[in-house]
Design a protein around this ligand. Structure first.
Ligand code: DHB
Ligand code: FE
Length: 298
């Protein structure tokens, strides 16, 4: 087996094992505890506008497609199950976040961005570049070195920049969302050097199926869709005085780059992996970051 085949087989195994309720309820718990809720203040006018528009859109669908009572009851049962499975974060991050992200990043110059997804955990261990992410002994997967440099939109190096990185293992599991993994497996905050350079040693993550045994999986099966996201590395880049960018990086040739269930792939986010320049095992890729200053816009 090639490594990619091994990784895909491991991901398929994982999908069969079923982790929806585990991953879903963790994602729900963490979102609820994240402090994002404490700061929420949406003015009455916006609530009325947005909730009104959403309700109208659904009613228009019911008329356009002549929705039956059987279909209406199936919808009700399914919405209840999304909640009991804890899958609202998954559902929203797969089928809506990409649009919210586009709307909110369109005026920001510099590095391309995409969705955060449900599995970010703040406060990962801080490592200085050149960094190696936490792994188990005999960790499976192709060694992968990600390196790059931070500059501002005028091309000047940025000081005190950092890369928060998190990704699945070679079986498609995320630490803290699947049982039995070390807490900070494939998660870290990596500090760039004074010239803005960083190097991160890790392993290539596997393509990933969103959990198939919960409400989202039920919808996917009932509609005859697939649950795959292409292999990806999640990143947040930031520096004091600059706008934070949340993104993911992808690998060319992944069969799901063109039909990502979460619609989060962009050409600017594609890596160009090459054999390692130092002759070491595995691959490396360079990805440089241009950050926009706070308040800077296109
Ligand atoms: C989901 C998982 C991801 O890793 C991601 O990047 C986006 C969505 C999900 O399971 O919903
Ligand atoms: Fe992900």
């Amino acid at each position: 087996m090639t490594n990619t085949q091994a990784e895909q087989a491991a991901a398929a195994r994982r999908a069969e094992e079923g982790t929806a309720v585990e991953a879903g309820s963790k994602a729900t718990e963490r979102f609820t505890a994240s402090g994002k809720l404490a700061k929420l203040e949406v003015p009455k006018e916006r609530v009325s506008l947005l909730a009104g528009a959403a309700i109208k859109a659904i009613n228009d669908i019911a008329v356009e497609h002549q929705v039956t009572y059987e279909e209406y009851n199936a919808l009700k049962a399914w919405l209840i199950k999304v909640g009991t499975d804890g899958e609202w974060p998954l559902f929203l991050d797969v089928w809506l976040e990409h649009t919210i992200e586009d709307v909110n990043s369109k005026d920001r110059p510099g590095a391309a961005s995409t969705i955060e997804g449900p599995y970010y955990v703040p406060g990962a261990p801080v490592l200085q570049t050149p960094a190696t992410l936490e792994m188990r002994e005999d960790e499976e997967g192709t060694p992968f070195l990600l390196k790059g440099r931070f500059t501002d939109t005028a091309g000047n190096p940025i000081q005190d920049a950092q890369v928060e990185i998190w990704h699945a293992d070679a079986a498609g599991y995320y630490s803290q969302y699947a049982p039995g993994l070390p807490e900070w497996l494939f998660r870290a905050t990596v500090k760039a050097d004074e010239n803005g350079y960083f190097e991160i040693n890790t392993k290539r993550p596997a393509p990933y199926q969103i959990p198939t045994d919960g409400a989202c999986g039920q919808l996917i099966a009932a509609a005859g869709w697939h649950a795959w996201r292409p292999a990806h590395i999640h990143i947040k880049v930031s520096a004091p005085g600059y706008q934070l960018v949340t993104q993911q990086l992808y690998f060319p040739g992944d069969p799901h780059n063109e039909d990502d269930i979460a619609s989060a792939v962009k050409p600017e986010l594609m890596l160009e992996p090459k054999p390692r320049a130092d002759g070491g095992e595995g691959e490396e890729a360079v990805y440089d970051y241009v950050l926009a200053k706070e308040g800077e816009h296109k």
